[in-house]
Design a protein around this ligand. Structure first.
Ligand code: BJW
Ligand code: ZN
Length: 246
């Protein structure tokens, strides 16, 4: 890919990069996105699976769906897009603010990660908040129960209508306000409050680069859109950085 001179200049003078990522960055690892033609939600209704009401109505079904997705996540690997972001830590202060629950940024070696929508590899008891990882119980087509209080165990992800937990969002906002370049990678950017992150970066003066296979809600806000697969474009950006530093 030919990069434009303005982007090359921005990369040269930048000290701090923010990667705001969504399901598209993990597509090349074999994990389905939510929306779009092969998206998870073409076949399934989000409100019937990714909400508190859905879970309470049919916990076994929702649990089975997460168990299915967790098995895929655990049997796959980070792709060159995740690895390129991790490698860029050698050259910049890098923050990753992800909407993904798949743990692939951490597995690729990134160290500053905020998981806005939680993680599919963690679970907690809805009654006493005890944490469980997936290895701690055996799934038998039924939602597991807490060993301490017999409460229902749910995945530690953020469902529709739920607030984002802990400091993930404020920390993400802080990175957005401080970064020199914000990359918006593989997200439709329609889910809020997450989608405020790149808007905040722009508002605070960052140069914003979108990487996606197609235009999104965010495209009109981006300083630059790079069309293509993130697993191909991100390693090219890394090469550009490495060649510039030599
Ligand atoms: C590639 C590629 C390749 C493909 N390379 N690119 C109006 C009505 C109803 C609700 C709302 C409303 N307005 C706002 C709301 C609130 C709601 C919301 O935003 N809804 C909108 C959808 C309208 N938000 C919430 O409910 C949030 N909480 C909240 O607001 O709390 C306040 C509150 C408290 C109490 C009461 C009421 C409010 C919480 C949102 C939680 C979202 N959770 C999910 C599920 C997580 C768990 C799980 O995984 O099961 O998070 S939804 C789902 O969407 C998931 C994702 O993180 C998130 C974003 O999706 P993402 O990552 O952008 O994926 P896709 O599929 O949309 O896009 C993929 C992109 O990749 C595409 O653009 C492709 O082109 C691209 N791509 N291959 C590069 N190789
Ligand atoms: Zn409990």
């Amino acid at each position: 890919m030919e990069f434009n001179p303005e982007f090359i200049e921005q990369l040269k003078k930048a000290k701090s990069l923010l990667f705001f990522t969504g399901a598209g960055i993990s597509a090349e690892s074999g994990i389905s996105t939510f929306r779009g033609k092969d998206g998870l939600w073409n076949k399934l209704k989000p409100e019937e699976l990714a909400s508190f009401d859905a879970f309470m109505k049919n916990p076994d079904l929702v649990w089975e769906w997460y168990q299915y997705r967790k098995d895929i996540v655990e049997s796959t690997e980070p792709n060159p897009g995740h690895f390129a972001i991790a490698e860029l830590e050698k050259y910049y202060n890098v923050n990753v603010v992800t909407q993904n629950v798949d743990n692939l940024h951490a597995r690729a070696g990134s160290t500053n990660i905020e998981e806005l929508h939680g993680s599919i590899v963690r679970n907690f008891c809805m009654d006493c908040n005890a944490f469980y990882n997936h290895q701690e119980f055996e799934f038998k087509n039924k939602v597991p129960r807490c060993k301490k209080c017999n409460g229902l165990i749910r995945p530690d992800v953020v469902w529709f209508g739920e607030s984002l937990r802990g400091n993930a969002f404020p920390n993400g906002e802080k990175s957005a306000k401080q970064c020199d370049i914000c990359f918006v990678v593989g997200t439709s950017a329609i889910v809020y409050p997450a989608a405020y992150i790149p808007l905040t970066a722009k508002q605070y003066g960052a140069y914003v680069v979108e990487i996606n296979i197609e235009p999104t809600e965010f495209s009109s806000q981006a300083n630059l859109s790079l069309w293509g697969k993130s697993g191909e474009i991100l390693p090219e950006i890394l090469s550009l950085v490495i060649s510039g530093k030599k």
